[in-house]
Design a protein around this ligand. Structure first.
Ligand code: SF4
Length: 219
């Protein structure tokens, strides 16, 4: 098994949630859970030292001012094509960087793809279920479909004496917020399941309720 970073150090924790920021030092979740994981994988496997590798991701400029500055095509963070000791050629392509949300739904419709059940529950953008960038309505919806998870996170905020949002604890943030309407229990069960056995392609494609809704997610 790949073990990057060694095994000698002691485990530690900041006992603080990642902070809502474009700075990946403060918003450490994106690095620790996603970006650094891919970097470690590419950096530590022999197979990436031969030939060329293309990393494809789906960020769009419309999603945030920070994402608008991303380049559609560039050498990946792990690229070492000019390296002296290690040579590794890795490019990064963002094929839908300049797409609108309309274009995204159009291609999904054209291919009759049944999207993730969470979009059909009302989520407009998907990342972690309890994303630190979640809107009040999104957190209220999390509380409705998975109250234990919501309560656990709210309890950690109090224990850490540090809220996810800069000024408000979760319990305050959802005051007056509305969970997404008419959430189907079957879709809730599918969303919370670790597996997915329902169809992926459908004949009767319909725009999910979350489309063109709130776009709360990483910046
Ligand atoms: S989706 Fe949200 S919570 Fe998850 S890693 Fe990205 S910023 Fe952090």
């Amino acid at each position: 098994m790949l073990q990057a970073g060694g095994v000698r150090g002691s485990k530690s924790t900041r006992r603080k949630f990642p902070q809502v920021s474009a700075n990946l030092q403060q918003r450490w979740c994106s690095g620790c859970l996603k970006i650094d994981v891919m970097d470690m994988l590419i950096n530590n496997q022999e197979r990436f030292k031969h030939g060329k590798t293309l990393v494809i991701t789906g960020e769009r400029a419309q999603e945030s001012a920070a994402r608008a500055k991303y380049k559609p095509f560039e050498p990946h963070r792990t690229d070492r094509r000019d390296g002296k000791r290690v040579k590794r050629h890795v490019d990064h392509w963002r094929p839908i960087h300049d797409w609108t949300e309309e274009q995204v739904w159009e291609i999904i419709e054209r291919n009759n793809i049944l999207v993730h059940p969470a979009y059909r529950l009302g989520w407009g953008r998907l990342s972690c279920m309890t994303c630190i960038f979640g809107s009040p309505n999104q957190w209220a919806s999390v509380k409705e479909i998975d109250p234990d998870r919501f309560d656990r996170i709210a309890a950690y905020e109090k224990e850490f004496e540090c809220s996810i949002h800069r000024t408000k604890y979760l319990a305050e943030r959802i005051q007056g917020a509305k969970p997404y309407e008419d959430m189907d229990p079957l879709l809730i069960a599918q969303s919370l399941d670790h597996g997915y056995a329902a169809p992926i392609f459908v004949d009767n494609w319909q725009l999910p309720s979350g489309a063109f809704g709130e776009s709360a997610g990483p910046t």
